[in-house]
Ligand binder design. Structure first.
Ligand code: 2P0
Length: 326
């Protein structure tokens, strides 16, 4: 038997940056994101004689596979708690990321969300959405949100209470504006620790994130696109500010990213409403109303690396695929 699952990346409107617990991957504050409808990761898990991980057709070793095998250990622990005879089984994991890794998509979010769904099925666990999100969180914090359809709030809390759940929000478009390729200088994981331990603005980042999350939840529930966009942009800017104040300084945005933010501001002055956000890398995403998406993409395409600004919409959370669907 093989279990197959698919999951998509998500882009946060209220960002996750900093952990209260490194091992359990508990965030210092909650976050809120939109799950995308493209750039899937599709993952097959089959019980086998030894653990094995293949990504995009290449057998993985070292740190990359160790992180996947450590995740399988968590799944086996859950199987053991339930006295399942799969608890001692190894597994072959085969994963394909369809997204251009260079587009700055969080492949760890879609990757661990798909793995949580496929592995829990293959090991015979019958997890509800909450426990799937908690499990995905242990692979990568942002993966907890990719389990959820459309828009997700990931709660800070304890191992029990830190999971993502769906929140109502108006339809909107997320326009990908890729400006750079290449590995990022500092991983999110390392950057979060550096920020927490050396940035003097970190305490204010935590309290202001808690406040802005409440504002964002209210704006989503009210269907207030303008407030959603304004606070998403300001929160992303604050994240890059708190990161930049680390010692030594860390900077994920480059001059091409700043040009995109400038163009987004100019669009607003021209009466085309869009807002910008960026994660731990130089690529920018623009948020717009669905009816403005094509106009925004057309304005931003010339600023991209390859001339294409792709329009994405709210997508499905991680889900199993039946035979033949993959
Ligand atoms: C986010 N990022 O909310 C933020 C914004 C990057 C910038 O979640 O250490 O890969 O595996 O929990 O989930 C990236 O963090 O980090 C991230 P780990 P993860 O989308």
């Amino acid at each position: 038997m093989t279990s197959t699952a698919r999951a998509y990346p998500n882009i946060a409107l209220v960002k996750y940056w900093g952990k209260a617990d490194e091992d359990l991957i508990l965030p210092v504050a909650g976050s809120l994101s939109m799950t995308l409808d493209d750039y899937p990761t599709t993952t097959h898990v089959t019980l086998a004689d030894e653990d094995h991980f293949n990504l995009n057709g290449t057998d993985q070793e070292g740190k990359v596979s160790a992180r996947v095998f450590a995740f399988l250990d968590l799944v086996r622990d859950l199987a053991r708690e339930r006295c399942l005879d799969t608890a001692n089984a190894s597994a072959t994991v085969t994963s394909v990321n369809e997204g251009p890794t260079a587009a700055g998509m969080a492949s760890s979010a879609s990757g661990f969300a798909a793995l949580a769904v496929a592995a829990s099925k293959e090991y015979g666990l019958d997890l509800d959405l909450r426990d799937l999100s908690r499990l995905a969180r242990r692979g990568s914090g942002s993966a907890s949100r990719s389990v959820i359809d459309r828009f997700a709030v990931w709660h800070a809390g304890t191992d029990e209470s830190s999971f993502a759940e769906q929140i109502d929000a108006p339809d909107m478009a997320m326009i990908s504006v890729p400006v750079a390729t290449g590995e990022k200088a500092v991983s999110s994981r390392q950057g979060m620790v550096a920020t927490a331990t050396t940035s003097p603005f970190y305490p204010a980042w935590i309290t202001s994130t808690e406040e802005i999350l409440l504002e964002m939840i209210a704006a989503c529930q009210a269907g207030d696109f303008t407030t959603i966009g304004e606070i998403a942009e300001v929160h992303a800017t604050r994240m890059h500010a708190v990161i930049g104040a680390s010692r030594p300084s860390i900077r994920y945005l480059n001059s091409a990213s700043i040009d995109v933010f400038d163009e987004i501001s100019q669009m607003r002055r021209d009466g085309l409403e869009a807002y910008g956000t960026a994660d731990a890398g130089p690529n920018v995403f623009a948020i717009s109303r669905v009816e403005d998406a094509q106009a925004v993409a057309d304005r931003l395409a010339p600023l991209t690396r390859d001339g294409e600004a792709k329009i994405l919409y709210p997508g499905r959370g991680a889900h199993l695929l039946s035979d033949g669907e993959a």
